[in-house]
Design a protein around this ligand. Structure first.
Ligand code: URA
Length: 297
C-alpha cells in the first residue's frame, strides 16, 4: 500500500496518540496475517522466556531480534552448506568479533571517562540503535558502594542517568535509610547502557556482549561493595541461573581485576513497587549492607 506524505504523518500521529512510541523490530510485522509456522529451535538452557504477544485470536511468541535461526537436523545436512547454516556461522563469527571488540575497548580504557567514551563508540549492541542515550553512570567516585542495575528505562534514556524514574526514586529512598546517596557516597551503573525497546528484558546475547564494559567499570570505580540490583544484574555478574528471590541478602564474591569484591544481591525496586510486602526483605538486606560497611570502617 502506497501512502502519501500527509497520510503517513496522520498515521504517525495516530501511533503517538495511541502511545506506540517504540520501534521493536527492524521491519514492520502485520499480525493480522497468518504467521508462518516455524520449526521449534532447541530451547537454550539459560534463555529467558520470550514474552508472548497476544493479538486477538493469535497468541504467538514475540519475535526476537536475537532468536537463533532454526538449524536443520544433522541428517538433513547436504554436502552443499545450506544457507541457514552458513548464516549461523557468519553470525557466530560476527558475534565473536563484536565480543572481542567490546573486551578490547573496555580493557584499553584506563579511566572511567575513557570507558564512557569507549562505550559510547561501541556499535556492536543493537540496543544502541533505538536508544536516545548511552546511560553510563551517576553518583560519586570513589565510593565505598557501587549499585549495579539492569538497564535504563524511558526516564533514564531521556535524561541519560541511571535510576531516575519511579524505581530509581525508591532506590534512593532505600539507600538513604542507611546514609547512602548519589550526591555523597554512592556510585550507580547498569549492566546494559542502552534502553531495550519497549522495556523488554535484555537478551542473553546483549548481556554477554556488554559484560566486559560493566566489569571494567566496577574495576575502575573500585568500590568496596557492589550491590547487584535485580535478577538480571545478579545473574549476569555472578554467572548463575539462580533467581533473585533466592539470592537476595546472601553475600557473594565478584572476582574482578584481580580483586575479590563482596557483592550483595538485592531486590529490584520495580519489583518492590509491584510487591510492597517485600519491603521487609529489603529492610533486612539494607541492614546487612550497613553492618558490612560499619564492620570495615
Ligand atoms: N531499572 C534499572 O535496572 N536501571 C535503571 O537505570 C532504571 C531502571
Amino acid at each position: 500500500m502506497q501512502l502519501e506524505r500527509p497520510e503517513i504523518i496522520d498515521l504517525l500521529k495516530f501511533h503517538i496518540e495511541a502511545d506506540c512510541a517504540d520501534i521493536l523490530e527492524d521491519m514492520p510485522v502485520d499480525h493480522f496475517q497468518p504467521q508462518p509456522v516455524q520449526a521449534q529451535a532447541a530451547p537454550h538452557a539459560e534463555a529467558p522466556q520470550r514474552p508472548t504477544a497476544s493479538i486477538g485470536m493469535y497468541e504467538a511468541a514475540a519475535p526476537s531480534l536475537d532468536a537463533p535461526a532454526p538449524v536443520p537436523p544433522a541428517a538433513s545436512v547436504s554436502p552443499v552448506v545450506p544457507a541457514v547454516v552458513a548464516g549461523e556461522v557468519s553470525a557466530t563469527v560476527a558475534r565473536n568479533d563484536t565480543d572481542a571488540q567490546a573486551e578490547q575497548l573496555a580493557q584499553n580504557a584506563k579511566t572511567l571517562d575513557e570507558l564512557a567514551t569507549a562505550l559510547a563508540s561501541f556499535d556492536g549492541c543493537g540496543l544502541k540503535k533505538t536508544a536516545k542515550s548511552t546511560v553510563f553512570s551517576d553518583g560519586i567516585t570513589p565510593s565505598r558502594v557501587m549499585i549495579v542495575g539492569e538497564a535504563p528505562g524511558q526516564d533514564e534514556d531521556r535524561t541519560g542517568k541511571p535510576f531516575v524514574g519511579r524505581s530509581g526514586q525508591l532506590l534512593d529512598a532505600m539507600m538513604s535509610a542507611i546514609g547512602l546517596s548519589r550526591a555523597e557516597n554512592m556510585y550507580i551503573a547498569n549492566v546494559i547502557a542502552w534502553r531495550p525497546p519497549g522495556n523488554r528484558a535484555p537478551s542473553l546475547d546483549e548481556l554477554d556482549m556488554c559484560k566486559p564494559f560493566i566489569r571494567r567499570q566496577i574495576e575502575l570505580a573500585a568500590p568496596e561493595i557492589v550491590v547487584l540490583v535485580g535478577g538480571t544484574s545478579a545473574k549476569t555478574l555472578l554467572e548463575t541461573q539462580t533467581g533473585i528471590t533466592r539470592l537476595r541478602g546472601k553475600w557473594q564474591t565478584l572476582n574482578i581485576g584481580g580483586r575479590e569484591i563482596p557483592a550483595l544481591p538485592f531486590l529490584h525496586p520495580a519489583y518492590v513497587l509491584r510487591r510492597p510486602e517485600t519491603k521487609i526483605d529489603v529492610w533486612e538486606d539494607l541492614c546487612a549492607l550497613k553492618q558490612k560497611l560499619d564492620a570495615t570502617t
